[in-house]
Design a protein around this ligand. Structure first.
Ligand code: BES
Ligand code: MN
Ligand code: ZN
Length: 499
């Protein structure tokens, strides 16, 4: 979709549709009031009759409103004025765009970006309006042969800003929103693709596609033989149960100027997680095609960064494989040697994410990183702890953890800091190896993070457990593209470290 920015009067817009907000109960926004005034009370009449109360997300389309230059005026409910915060704003934009996409209007001028969201700048609103609009029109239909096509799809939206002096920052924010939206879309597409299509090799091809598209990106990948030769015994222990060939992907973003320590992002790339010999129950096992959403978010973040071109050096590492049971699969009790040299007793083959991440974390040491952040759909316990609202952040450096929480806050892609006290390591003790890969049911997300920390001792490290936020279930089943917005926000916030 195409976007532009404008400032001006709603009644003077020559367009297919002008969108103005109404607060609960029946309170007109300034833009709605302006149209009401020129149309001699047309809007307030309708509102008084009870057809638009202002409830959040409701819509009412009006035609031929007197003395306006647009074909239509769309009223959108914004909820209570004092509750008009980030969430309400994004919800209102999503409802607007979903509704418009099903009308005959192929373009619109949206005045909702003029309504002040508390503690946020115009730039924040424009960036998030772009993201919400893209989310509203996203669909994943490429594997359906019969598609319900939108007859006249929405092609162009103009965001209104309050002042002419807002135009410049709004343009920059719009570009940022579009770049992030591109990354989110890539992450969603990869997440939604099933395990028989989105294989480890497919992920390599997608990464190579980015390298082709952007000269700042370079991609290499290790195959099965190289993974074994490298000594990634923990990664191989997961990969070896499947006929699908594993890949260890390295993707690098750098500007020619940047001779600096890299930031490393590591994404869990399990293209299907059956649990292995510790087989999962059949119910909802299809959700485990989403077990590569960490990897997808890394590729999405690279796409956004390559669009925005900050002065940064970023390396992405993606261990990608399937976790399946077979005659060659790892068995509970097997002991393997990780790339770090530490031996691991694999008590549960379903705790596979931490195994592949362990070797990637060790591999990251060779880049002498500024910081390492891994992103993984790591534990069901994370969903129990924080639900689908925020992902959990763990780490060995409080400032790093805090910076990620803040980035999530700004991105409306929330993360919440979780504890990692020493006592939690207790359960990872093994009688037979240096460490066990599981520690019992209690605090499952924390003990998983503790396991990872044993392989991340040589640098500042943080871990995002995105099990609860990477996809939606139920009627709206599908990948969310989270935490691409958080990652991009965070990476951009690191740029000032260097410049
Ligand atoms: N990919 C899963 C985690 C998961 C499960 C994410 C459900 C989202 C929804 C991971 O590999 C896993 O199976 N974890 C186990 C760990 C356990 C065996 C210690 C889990 O959470 O049950
Ligand atoms: Mn698992
Ligand atoms: Zn998994």
């Amino acid at each position: 979709m195409e976007f532009t920015i404008k400032s001006g009067n709603p009644e003077k817009q020559r367009t297919a549709c002008v969108v103005v907000g109404v607060f609960d109960k029946r309170r007109l926004t300034l833009a709605a009031e302006r149209i009401d005034r020129v149309s001699k009370g047309y809007i307030s009449d309708i509102v008084r009759r009870g057809d638009m109360e202002g409830r959040l997300g409701t819509t009412l389309m009006l035609y031929n409103v007197p003395n306006t230059l647009s074909d239509r005026v769309l009223l959108v409910g914004l909820g209570r004025e004092r509750d008009f915060r980030e969430e309400a704003f994004c919800t209102a934009v999503r409802s607007t765009v979903k509704f418009l996409n099903e009308t005959g209007a192929y373009e619109a001028v949206v005045c909702l970006t003029e309504e002040k969201v508390r503690k946020r700048e115009v730039s924040w609103q424009v960036e998030h309006a772009v993201l919400a609009a893209n989310e509203a029109v996203y669909s994943f239909a490429r594997l359906k042969t019969e598609t319900e096509e939108v007859r006249r799809p929405l092609r162009k939206l103009t965001w209104m800003v309050p002042l002419r002096s807002d135009l410049l920052v709004a343009e920059v924010a719009m570009a940022r929103g579009q770049a992030i939206a591109k990354g989110v879309e890539l992450a969603c597409d990869l997440g939604n693709l099933p395990g028989n299509i989105c294989t480890p090799v497919y992920l390599v091809e997608q990464a190579r596609q980015l390298a082709k598209q952007y000269q700042e990106i370079e991609v290499t990948a290790l195959d099965k033989q190289q993974i074994k030769e490298e000594g990634m015994g923990a990664f191989w222990a997961v990969a070896k149960g499947s006929e699908m060939l594993p890949q260890f992907i390295k993707i690098e973003y750098r500007r020619d100027v940047a001779d600096i320590k890299p930031i490393v992002l590591i994404g869990k790339g399990i293209t299907f997680d059956s649990g292995g010999v510790s087989l999962k129950p059949a119910v909802d096992m299809d959700h485990m095609k989403f077990d590569m959403c960490g990897a997808a978010s890394v590729l999405g973040a690279f796409q956004a960064i390559a669009e925005l071109k900050p002065d940064l050096r970023v390396i992405g590492l993606i261990p990608a494989c399937e976790n399946l049971p077979s005659g060659s699969a790892t068995k509970p009790g097997d002991i393997v040697t990780s790339l770090s040299g530490q031996t691991i007793e694999i008590l549960n083959t379903d705790a596979e994410g931490r195994l592949i991440l362990a070797d990637a974390l060790t591999y990251a040491e060779r880049f002498d990183p500024e910081a390492v952040v891994d992103i993984a759909t790591l534990t069901g316990a994370m969903v129990v702890a924080l639900g689908h609202i925020a992902c959990g952040v763990f780490g060995n450096n409080d400032a790093l953890v805090r910076s990620l929480v803040n980035a999530g806050d700004d991105a409306a892609d929330r993360a919440w800091a979780m504890p990692m006290w020493n006592e939690y390591h207790e359960g990872l003790k093994s009688n037979f190896a240096d460490i066990a890969n599981v520690a019992g049911r209690a605090a499952g997300s924390v003990t998983a993070a503790c396991f990872l920390s044993r392989f991340a001792k040589k640098y500042d490290w943080a871990h995002l457990d995105i099990a609860g936020v990477a996809w939606k279930e139920g009627k709206e089943k599908g990948a969310t593209g989270r935490p691409v917005p958080l990652l991009v926000n965070w990476l951009l916030s690191r740029e000032r470290y260097y410049s």
